[in-house]
Write a protein that binds this ligand. Structure first.
Ligand code: URA
Length: 191
């Protein structure tokens, strides 16, 4: 069940004009999945399909993400999925710094409502925004770090896997590590 705070977030996003991306959007894309999930996935920003449907990760990258989640037994019941920016950057360009900055409080609010045990950055944009501005995805993906009780990790963006098949294996290993960490944290919580 989505409570009042989620309604406030949803309303604020729907009316948001904090950066120029609102001018070109069809839909604001807030998130999908379980708002009480232990695992939060954060992508970059909506693509064309996401903008049209108002739902994150429903295009080709989303279909691959679904498969990767399923390969380690995760469903939308176990995760919540959102993006750094909630409106589509034109032509799928990288979101600009001012656009990310304008949108970041929505992500912070989502984080505080979900209170995830694990945060997964999908790709460079999410990792440099959330983990560290100089994060190098190729070098630093797959490494855990804990911040304020939340375990954070970055992996390749599914779109990068569609462009470069050789990234699929390391990304799948990251997915397995995420599943393992979740199992461990749940086992700890029961003790
Ligand atoms: N790529 C993203 O980063 N997010 C989406 O929602 C879809 C594609």
């Amino acid at each position: 069940m989505m409570g009042k705070s989620w309604d406030i977030l949803e309303g604020a996003c729907q009316h948001c004009r904090r950066c120029r991306l609102w001018e070109m959007r069809t839909h604001v894309v807030v998130g999908k999945g379980n708002p009480n999930a232990d695992i939060l996935f954060v992508g970059e920003g909506p693509g064309q399909q996401e903008d049209l449907q108002g739902v994150p990760f429903v295009g080709p990258a989303g279909q691959l993400l679904d498969k990767m989640l399923a390969s380690v037994g995760l469903t939308l019941d176990d995760v919540y999925i959102t993006n750094v920016v909630k409106c589509r950057p034109p032509g799928n360009r990288d979101p600009h710094d001012d656009e990310k900055a304008a949108c970041l409080n929505y992500l912070r609010y989502q984080f505080s409502l979900i209170h995830p045990k694990i945060l997964v950055c999908l790709g460079r944009i999410a990792a440099t925004t959330i983990i560290s501005p100089d994060f190098r995805i190729t070098r630093e993906r797959g490494q855990w770090q804990e911040r304020k009780g939340c375990w954070m990790i970055a992996t390749y963006h599914p779109s990068a896997l569609l462009r470069d098949e050789t990234k699929k294996r390391p990304a799948w290993e990251d997915m397995q590590a995420i599943r393992k960490k979740w199992d461990e944290l749940r086992a700890d919580a029961k003790q």
